[in-house]
Write a protein of this length. Structure first.
Length: 281
């Protein structure tokens, strides 16, 4: 069973049907994990267990959503990776996009599904015609999650053609797209100066809510000029910004682009030529 399904089954077992009932400390306790809070240094949370019981120690934070995600993350380790001890540095799921820490990513997935189970989260997302950062902020308040965890959940549910990305002064740091978005769409590494994101990052000029942009401002593909996207962006930490893109429906049906970026694509997905050899499949 996948990490997400493990979390969803736990929510179902506890008959939780309201976000206000997701008491993550109590849920952890039912699974044998006692949660303690302390002023940790060098990490966000630790997990130590023996037999059927464990102690999760979580760094105190003035942001409730960060504490809750850390608790759910450690519970994920307990449910998925029992028999190991953990010292987890990061409590925000975007940090693990920059590494290949499989166990940390699995615990993040568990935490996201536990705090924002599909049966409760998806209908609320669909209540918004086009969920922008303002809408995501209201969902974060309702589910008592951080904005980044809530935003990351949007492409993960894969019901809308959205891309969440983080850009800094040196360009794109990471991005996450809904699974059904064709891989042929190649997101630009550097911000185009015609985007709202560029205005925010470089000029400090804000733009509230979704606004139309030509897709060529965001994607390298030669045919991007034929499409439009909806763009929203907000200031983030350490001089970075978060960008949310919603693709128009016709982009989902575009044929594969055989030459884009620094990789090659075919109708089955992506492939890269072998070094020093041919690119035959």
């Amino acid at each position: 069973m996948s990490p997400g399904l493990r979390a969803e089954s736990l929510v179902s077992k506890l008959s939780i049907d309201d976000p206000r009932d997701i008491d993550v400390d109590a849920i952890a306790f039912t699974e044998g994990v006692r949660v303690e809070y302390a002023q940790l240094h060098g990490c966000e949370a630790t997990l130590a267990g023996y037999g059927n019981h464990a102690i999760a120690t979580v760094r105190r934070s003035h942001i409730k959503g960060r504490e809750r995600f850390s608790v759910a993350h450690e519970l994920g380790h307990w449910m998925l990776h029992r028999g190991r001890s953990f010292q987890c540095r990061m409590d925000d799921p975007d940090e693990n996009l920059e590494s290949n820490r499989v166990l940390e990513t699995e615990a993040d997935t568990f935490a996201a599904h536990l705090l924002m189970p599909s049966g409760l989260f998806v209908p609320r997302v669909h209540a918004f015609t086009k969920p922008d950062f303002r809408n995501l902020d209201s969902l974060a308040a309702e589910f008592e999650t951080s904005l980044i965890a809530t935003a990351m959940r949007l492409p993960n549910i894969n019901t809308l053609p959205v891309v969440l990305a983080c850009y800094g002064p040196n360009g794109r740091r990471w991005y996450k797209a809904s699974e059904d978005i064709p891989k042929r769409w190649w997101l630009r590494q550097q911000l185009d100066d015609d985007t709202f994101a560029y205005d925010l990052l470089v000029k400090g000029k804000t733009h509230t809510g979704f606004g139309k942009q030509p897709a060529e401002a965001w994607f390298e593909n030669d045919d991007a000029e034929n499409y439009e996207v909806q763009e929203d962006c907000i200031a983030w930490r350490d001089g970075q910004i978060l960008v949310l893109l919603m693709l128009e429906s016709s982009m989902m049906d575009a044929r594969f682009d055989p030459n884009v970026g620094n990789r090659r694509y075919n109708e089955y997905g992506s492939y890269a030529p072998r070094r020093g050899g041919s690119d035959k499949r």
